[in-house]
Design a protein around this ligand. Structure first.
Ligand SMILES: [Zn+2]
Length: 169
């Protein structure tokens, strides 16, 4: 009789103890782990600087924007894929590219799961930033003034953030 009471008490002690432990360790761990766990490709700032051109680094890693009408893909309309210039993740198919007068390559949709969206409150505006889902690099912004006959979205993308891979003929 005494023995069984003792066992119950021990079991109780273990249960309440682990319960508390879970609470203690969970809260800070989830907060800390989220931004780091998010991207499959992770490099240090020094590694990115070494791999990317200064212009590409400024846009991809520092969230810069290239000047309108200066990017090399503004008027590219060949068949192929556009990949992230930092990690090679396929972001857009050429069939989603459309002519826009904004001065940056514009697409009406990104390949499903290839990008993540972040609210951007800089420059006194509220915009939706588009980042690569694989490495977190900055690609551009998405706006709701795209072609109404398709998605209505305009993925306004920096040429320096993407690389065009022509389709094989
Ligand atoms: Zn990437």
């Amino acid at each position: 009789m005494k023995k069984s009471i003792a066992i119950i008490l021990i079991a109780f002690a273990i249960a309440s103890c682990t319960g508390q432990d879970k609470k203690k360790t969970n809260a800070p761990a989830t907060k800390k782990a989220t931004p780091e766990k998010q991207f499959a490709v992770q490099k240090t700032d020094a590694e990115w600087r070494k791999e990317l051109s200064p212009e590409a680094y400024e846009v991809l890693r520092n969230k810069g924007t290239e000047r309108a009408f200066t990017g090399k893909y503004v008027n590219t309309f060949e068949k192929g894929d556009y990949v992230c210039a930092a990690c090679g993740n396929v972001i857009f198919h050429s069939n989603s590219k459309f002519h826009s007068d904004c001065g940056w390559p514009s697409f009406d949709q990104a390949i499903k799961g290839s990008v993540v969206y972040v609210q951007d409150y800089t420059l006194g505006m509220t915009r939706t930033e588009v980042d690569c889902a694989r490495c977190g690099s900055h690609l551009g912004h998405v706006f709701d003034d795209g072609p109404q006959e398709t998605t209505g979205k305009r993925f306004c993308t920096n040429s320096v953030s993407i690389k065009f891979i022509p389709a094989k003929k």
